[in-house]
Design a protein around this ligand. Structure first.
Ligand code: 3PG
Length: 406
């Protein structure tokens, strides 16, 4: 196991790695759950009288989401309810001076760590530990707080190198994400385990299904994933989604694994029995529900019989894990599958985890209460890793840090 904030003595100089990576549109950073979640860790550190430097990333070089953390500092300040100063430097003189000037109960936000050359290469922790970034920052602090669970699948310098050179602790986000997301791979459930397997990232979802095939009793199929499974059993309802041949390429990439799952686990796969469509480009057009045998339309959601069946299964399950939406819920007309089934999961007293950026967004979009679920994850790639039972380097290094000092 790892040390948590409960093990950290008050009044230290602390470097906390957060994941505030966010959607950015025309240069404007969107406020989202990552800020409100990490604010809890930051507030606790400030209340405990620590001097806190925050380290985070945004985007990747070459993308238009690759921006400084100035807006992140402002948004986070609002969530924390204290001023967090933005420092336009990661580990140069300006950063070191700002760290030295920290007072108890104060926090600063260092510059986007992906703007340094040392951060992004995928390397082993021991390699990263030798980098200038790690060797310069580590001696400035008493402790490292790893809170960036959603980046824990990356072997980056600030994720695996820094904690190797410092006393490392898991932050509140790290602990809650790790425990909930790993439950399906690590925990025994007495009753039925159900997974909503939807969305448009078919390869990820089919990876998860393949590794969990013997642990899950019901895979509720929807979204593009559902269309691919329907196609494999003879109902070619797949529509050509925006990115021209994304549907076709996902079919080609995954059809063999889909057929294997159909052969080996026929009774665990729950197909949509009806689908909903309308003229996507005409807002006033009515939504029609048709049997899956009708293949003349571009389907955008599961139908009402399917919603009822999926909701019933969720209601009698002991655990439900959600990966991917059942329809194109961003358009309210096609939100029925995703929203109604999520509501049924929320109403039931099962252990429930909802992950993946898009699906989690549906919870607020359709006015559901996050507290109705056991956990709403803020992770994307790391959630997939956890579901497939792969270990996360950023978590392993925190565990290793305990063993090294005992
Ligand atoms: C995320 O947003 O999922 C994490 O911050 C990881 O980002 P990356 O995929 O650019 O490494």
């Amino acid at each position: 196991s790892y040390r948590t904030l409960d093990d950290l003595a008050d009044g230290q100089t602390v470097l906390a790695r957060l994941d505030l990576n966010s959607p950015v549109s025309v240069g404007v950073v969107e406020d989202n759950r990552r800020f409100s979640r990490h604010a809890r860790t930051v507030r606790e550190l400030l209340d405990d009288g620590h001097r806190v430097a925050l380290l985070a990333h945004q985007g990747r070089p070459g993308r238009d989401t690759f921006v400084t953390l100035e807006q992140h500092a402002e948004i986070l300040s609002e969530h924390v309810g204290r001023e967090i100063e933005y420092v336009p430097d990661t580990y140069g003189e300006t950063a070191l001076t700002a760290i030295d000037d920290l007072e108890a109960g104060e926090a600063i936000m260092l510059e986007n760590v992906r703007m340094t050359d040392d951060e992004l290469p995928e390397r082993e922790p021991e390699e990263h530990a030798k980098s200038d970034l790690v060797q310069t920052l580590a001696p400035e602090f008493d402790a490292y707080v790893g809170d960036a669970y959603s980046t824990a699948h990356r072997k980056h310098a600030s994720i695996v190198g820094l904690p190797l050179e410092m006393e490392a602790y898991a932050g509140r986000v790290m602990v809650s994400e790790y425990e909930a997301n790993s439950a399906i791979a690590n925990r025994e459930f007495d009753g039925e385990v159900t997974m909503v397997a939807g969305g448009k990232k078919a390869t990820d979802v089919i990876d998860v299904m393949t590794s969990l095939q013997d642990r899950v009793d019901n895979f509720l199929l929807g979204g593009i994933v559902g269309e691919l499974f329907l196609r494999a059993v003879g109902y070619d309802v797949g529509r050509d989604i925006d990115e021209s041949d994304l549907y076709e390429s996902q079919w080609r990439a995954n059809k063999d694994r889909i057929r294997e799952l159909i052969e080996s686990h026929p009774s665990e796969l729950v197909y949509p029995s009806d689908l909903a469509f309308a003229d996507e480009n005409d807002e006033r057009s009515e939504v029609t529900v048709a049997d899956v045998k009708n293949k003349d339309h571009d389907y955008l959601d599961v139908g009402s019989d399917t919603v009822e069946q999926f909701s019933d299964i969720a209601a009698h399950s002991e655990a439900v894990f959600v990966k991917g939406a059942l329809g194109m819920f961003e358009d309210e007309r096609f939100s029925n599958g995703t929203a109604r089934v999520l509501e049924a999961i929320g109403r039931s007293d099962c252990f429930s985890v909802v992950g993946g950026g898009d699906t989690s967004r549906a919870i607020e979009m359709y006015g559901m209460d996050e507290a109705d679920f056991s956990h709403v994850s803020i992770a994307g790639g790391a959630y997939i890793n956890a579901l497939t039972g792969r270990s996360l380097p950023g978590v392993e290094v925190l565990k290793g840090s305990v063993e090294a000092t005992h």
